[in-house]
Design a protein around this ligand. Sequence first.
Ligand SMILES: Nc1ncnc2c1ncn2[C@@H]1O[C@H](COP(=O)(O)OP(=O)(O)O)[C@@H](O)[C@H]1O
Ligand SMILES: Nc1ccn([C@@H]2O[C@H](COP(=O)(O)OP(=O)(O)O)[C@@H](O)[C@H]2O)c(=O)n1
Length: 318
Amino acid sequence: MLGRASSVLRRTPASAWRRLLRRDFTIAIDGPAASGKSSTARAVAQELGFGYIDSGSIYRCATLLALRKGAEAGAGGHEDIAGLVKSASIDIRTRPGLQRPAPGVTGTGRIAVPDVQVLLDGEDVTREIRTPEVNRLVAAIAGDSSVREAVLHIQRSLAGAAETMPAAATSGGVVMDGRDIGTTVFPDAELKIYLDASAMARAIRRWDEMSSQVSEAKAGVPSPRGAGSGCGQDQDQSESGSESAVDRTPAGYPSVEDIARELEQRDYADINRKHSPLRIAPDAIVIDNTSMTFERQVYTIVDLARERMGLPRKYDDV
Ligand SMILES: Nc1ncnc2c1ncn2[C@@H]1O[C@H](COP(=O)(O)OP(=O)(O)O)[C@@H](O)[C@H]1O
Ligand SMILES: Nc1ccn([C@@H]2O[C@H](COP(=O)(O)OP(=O)(O)O)[C@@H](O)[C@H]2O)c(=O)n1
């Protein structure tokens, strides 16, 4: 996608980009790892008939490129990685989800979470960008300014081109999630959300998500990102799942503690890096979803967006 972006568009500031591409409403969702950004952003996009861009998957593609080429994330290696990113074609496709409950989890019946497919030079890398190897390296790669600059152009380019989902009368906007969307990528976004949850809730959710993907893979169920998400659990369910999650951890599979450690290290790197660190934008609305259902967080954001678009709220009675 970047390969096709003209040099004029590359120099265009974010606000002009959006006017040019007729994106009339942008929702930026930032927050730490596994706080629910992507699943929430996808559901919000479908509710509003917006496009959706998962910006973390672009950094993950950059990391996969680096791993495949054996490029070092240390001194001297980043220029190469930025070069690899610039010459790659990265595309994120969204397919509207059906209103269905996530496997084995209650409470998601009314929410549709679209599936997302990530293409790197035409190859479907949706699963490969979420391996432990990529998880370990991605924050280091994302800490480099030349890599971030290359990714920034892709983020804006994809946001402009994102296919909107068929649905509501409010179509035309875009939802993007990541770490610096409200602070750097779209600092003038009409709605900025900072999604957070306790470290343990986030680790358990990621464990649940991974284990349901393992079960689906064993059962031969194709699982693009989104199909097997554990949306809709509230914190009580999640926390009570903690011990059983530990008990159920199969050999060779990361435990909840392993995942918590990995998330903590990545959050630390994302918060403490020099360039575009993870921060709460001054005009962001903070939503802590530790004890909130998935439905509630989606409806809250949809109604905030509707209000700012001059539309009546829809979910006060739900
Ligand atoms: N309020 C919530 N309660 C329980 N689980 C949730 C909630 N919000 C999201 N999840 C689940 O948490 C997991 C991580 O969410 P995800 O959207 O991938 O986070 P992120 O994009 O921030 O890494 C997913 O399985 C998702 O369905
Ligand atoms: N806007 C963004 C998005 C992701 N990233 C980086 O990419 C990594 C992976 O992002 P992600 O959103 O896929 O991560 P999860 O929260 O899904 O685990 C993050 O840990 C950051 O290091 C970033 O720096 N800026």
